[in-house]
Ligand binder design. Structure first.
Ligand SMILES: CCC[C@@H](CC(=O)O)C(=O)C(=O)O
Ligand SMILES: [Zn+2]
Length: 324
């Protein structure tokens, strides 16, 4: 008997979205969508079956006494920034604070956080430092399936399995990644809002040399349509993933991710894969290839000018009145 469809009270955004298909791992459509670079929620994969019992107590008892990367945010947003680029932007204000905490210190902060006060988000790559029961759980992941997907789709190497433990209401604002991602949900519910790479023109990412490279400048809660007029034309896809669900999140697809309010803290694990080898170029170029080209051109101009202050005028001189 099919599981009754869970319904959620979701915040309305000012753009239309379509539902991302939820397909069983054995449905032939599932692998077709992965091969086509289309998002799909894969049910009954068992990818993280050996971790579905993970909760804060179990993890605290078994994950080890090392330090974990935890971000703290004054609001609900956890916008990634590249520390290595911070000093190229003197007046850059870090959107969140990086703490290194033991697991018990993290759990205490998570449990004592006051509504509307600081929120915390643990984001730590699973590595050999974890306790042996966690290692056993990790080895129990459905590696044969995900490795088969990696090979079939000619993905590059597995780069990391990031453990994510977020408070309800936490938001990772819209951005894209340059890796393929099988996102496994273990506990709680996360809303994913995705946009096709061809929506780049509506998403206005920061410049590549900015600490928030790959992140959209648009504040979804208060869009500035003067600065970002095309955002009003954006069209998205969305889904809510729950325990056992795996979302295939293709490289360069934009996504905003929210730990649903009123559903408790969330636990997730990512399976990030490098891009595969570039085959022969086929025209017309894909939106993903055009994003990659824009990135390379921006980086080249930044390097050649060797002065970030000169870049805006250089870019405008090249385009305004000539290609506009
Ligand atoms: C640091 C990674 C955060 C994650 C989104 C989320 O679960 O909050 C994401 O963006 C991804 O898996 O690509
Ligand atoms: Zn991401």
């Amino acid at each position: 008997m099919a599981k009754e469809k869970k319904t959620f009270d979701l915040k309305e955004y000012p753009f239309p979205t379509e539902e991302i298909p939820r397909l069983n791992i054995d449905n032939p459509e599932t692998e077709k969508r992965i091969a086509a670079g289309l998002p799909v929620v894969i049910t009954d994969s068992g990818l993280v079956r050996s971790a579905l019992h993970w909760d804060l107590d179990y993890l605290q008892g078994n994950i080890g006494d090392g330090k974990f990367t935890v971000y703290k945010s004054k609001n609900k947003k956890f916008q990634y920034f590249d520390d290595k680029k911070v000093d190229t932007f003197k007046d850059f204000e870090k959107p969140m604070e990086h703490l290194d905490l033991t697991f018990p210190e993290f759990v205490k902060k998570l449990k004592t956080a006051k509504p509307g006060k600081d929120k915390v988000y643990l984001q730590q790559a699973l590595n050999e430092g974890v306790g042996k029961r966690i290692v056993a759980d990790f080895l129990g992941f459905n590696w044969s399936w995900v490795t088969e997907q990696q090979k079939k789709n000619k993905f590059g190497a597995l780069t990391s399995n990031l453990l994510l433990i977020g408070m309800e209401g936490n938001v990772t604002p819209a951005h894209y990644d340059e890796q393929e991602n099988f996102f496994a949900q273990i506990r709680g519910y996360k809303r994913f809002i995705l946009f096709h790479p061809d929506q780049f023109k509506c998403m206005y990412p920061y410049p590549t040399y900015h600490p928030c490279d790959r992140q959209s400048q648009v504040d979804f809660d208060n869009p500035d349509y003067k600065r970002f007029p095309k955002f009003k034309d954006v069209k998205g896809y969305e889904t809510v993933v729950g325990p056992g669900d795996v979302l295939f999140l293709p490289m360069y697809w934009w996504h905003q991710v929210e730990s649903l309010p009123d559903h408790g803290h969330t636990i997730s694990v990512t399976f990030w894969y490098k891009a595969g080898p570039i085959g022969n170029v086929v025209y017309p170029l894909s939106p993903q290839q055009k994003v990659s080209m824009m990135r390379n051109l921006e980086k080249m101009i930044h390097q050649a000018l060797n002065n970030t202050d000169e870049i805006p005028e250089f870019m405008q001189n090249m385009v305004l009145g000539r290609y506009t």
